[in-house]
Every structure is written in structure tokens, then in C-alpha cells.
Ligand binder design. Structure first.
Ligand SMILES: [Zn+2]
Length: 259
């Protein structure tokens, strides 16, 4: 479902997002009736607003480097920005990537400052109060920032790892290594999510966390294949061009997904 555009970027919500919203609202209702329901729904919407800001951090930085951003899609496992391309210059890729978690840390910092300035007593952080809302959102943003920096390609941390590796080795090999390491990290995290359920995420279904890591493993493999295919195509076209001296129309590329 398309919502609205921000600087030309279409913001869209996947229908399954509403299932998560219903789940959160129902969970809130079970715990605290109407106030719980409103709490469950508003905290989730606030959380995903922060996800959008994270994606906008990536997107605006990419646009500064002249890269087109088609849309930002919100799904229960998070958001992603669909970009025309990702620069193969490690410094630029690193900056685009870091901009996302940086937004979360900035939000967490502002919220923390707000709580500190308001000198909120500890009791006010219990129940459905505004300070509790701010406190939870601060916690979530910190978590989002740290979580995205896990070296699980194609998550932000994995991209930074690839950019660092690409400083030392060819881009393709750096990607292969980042994907390998990412699969191991995602596999271990999925196992941990199953073994220690309620530690890191409050009232979020465990299968969602496992689905997220399964998606990371899948997406990493897909991106690796896309890069491999492109390298082969490039070599193929170069060979043909060298023989025939003809130019070809540009091939429509699939978007690169930035989480
Ligand atoms: Zn990100």
C-alpha cells in the first residue's frame, strides 16, 4: 500500500505490517484493556516511524551521491530502501550505510536528553505514561542502531564489513566473504533468538526474529548472485563490444535493497 512521497521517494507499507499491528494491539488489549491496546498500537507506529527515518538517513545520503531511491517499503521484519545502485567506492558505500544507524543513535540521544532534562522520576517510567513511551522508544532506537551494525550482510554492519574488506581485496571477493560471515552471524543470532526468547525484544513473536535472520541469509545470497551475474554480463558485453564496436541500450537493473 502506497502512503506518501518524501522528496520523490514513495513510502509503502506491506499488508503483513497490519498483521503485526493487529498482533501488537491485541497483545496490549490482553495486558491492559483499551489503554493497553492504544499503547501497543502507538508504540509500534512510533517504532516504524523511526525505521522510516533510518531508511531516509540512507536514502538522503545516497541521493547526495546522485543515486536514485525508488521507494521505502515497510514490512514486519523492518524497512528497506530500494536504490538504483550502490556505489562500488567503499567510502561512499560506508557513508550511505552508516547514515541509517546514525539516525537511530541521534534519536536515542535526543530522547535521552529530553528525559534527563525533564528529570523524570523512576516511578513515571512504569505504566502507560509519556515518559515510559519516550523511554521505550529510546531503548528501541539504541537497539535498532546496534542491531543493524551486526556484521550480517546485507544488513548495515555487513555492508560496512564489505566496504572495509573491499579496501584490501577485489569487490567480488569482499562480497563473498561478507556474505559468508553474514550467514554465520545470522545463523547464530537465529539460534540465540530461539534459545533466549524474551531477553532482547519485548512482546515480539520469536518466529519474526527467526524470519528476519532467514531473510538476511536469503537476501545476502541473492545480492551476491546479482553481483556475480552483473560481473559476468559486464565481461560478456565488453567482449562483444570489443568485437563489434556497437553500443547497446542500457539494461534495466533490479534495485539494490538497503535495510
Ligand atoms: Zn540500515
Amino acid at each position: 500500500m502506497n502512503l506518501f512521497r518524501v522528496r520523490g521517494i514513495q513510502l509503502a507499507v506491506h499488508f503483513s505490517f497490519f498483521l503485526l499491528l493487529a498482533y501488537r494491539a491485541e497483545d496490549g488489549w490482553d495486558n491492559g484493556g483499551w489503554p493497553g491496546l492504544v499503547w501497543g498500537a502507538t508504540t509500534l507506529i512510533a517504532f516504524f516511524t523511526c525505521v522510516v527515518l533510518h531508511e531516509l538517513g540512507h536514502s538522503f545520503t545516497a541521493m547526495r551521491f546522485g543515486i536514485g531511491v525508488r521507494r521505502i517499503l515497510l514490512m514486519p521484519i523492518g524497512g528497506m530502501a530500494e536504490m538504483d545502485d550502490i556505489p562500488r567506492q567503499p567510502v561512499r558505500e560506508g557513508l550511505i550505510t552508516l547514515a541509517g544507524p546514525a539516525v537511530n543513535f541521534a534519536i536515542a540521544g535526543v530522547l535521552w536528553g529530553g528525559l534527563a532534562l525533564a528529570q523524570v522520576p523512576d516511578e513515571a517510567l512504569d505504566g502507560y505514561t509519556l515518559p515510559a513511551f519516550v523511554d521505550l522508544l529510546m531503548f528501541w532506537n539504541l537497539l535498532m542502531g546496534i542491531f543493524n551494525l551486526l556484521p550480517a550482510f546485507p544488513m548495515d554492519g555487513g555492508r560496512i564489513l564489505r566496504a572495509l574488506l573491499a579496501l584490501k581485496m577485489p569487490y567480488m571477493r569482499a562480497t563473498i566473504w561478507a556474505v559468508r560471515i553474514g550467514k554465520i552471524v545470522a545463523g547464530v543470532c537465529a539460534l540465540l533468538a530461539l534459545i533466549l526468547p524474551p531477553l532482547l525484544y519485548r512482546s515480539s513473536p520469536a518466529f519474526l526474529i527467526v524470519a528476519l535472520f532467514a531473510f538476511i541469509i536469503f537476501a545476502g545470497e541473492m545480492e551476491l548472485r546479482a553481483i556475480r551475474r552483473r560481473e559476468l554480463e559486464d565481461a560478456h558485453w565488453r567482449a562483444i563490444l570489443a568485437r563489434t564496436y556497437q553500443t547497446f541500450p542500457p539494461v534495466e537493473e533490479p534495485p539494490v535493497l538497503i535495510r
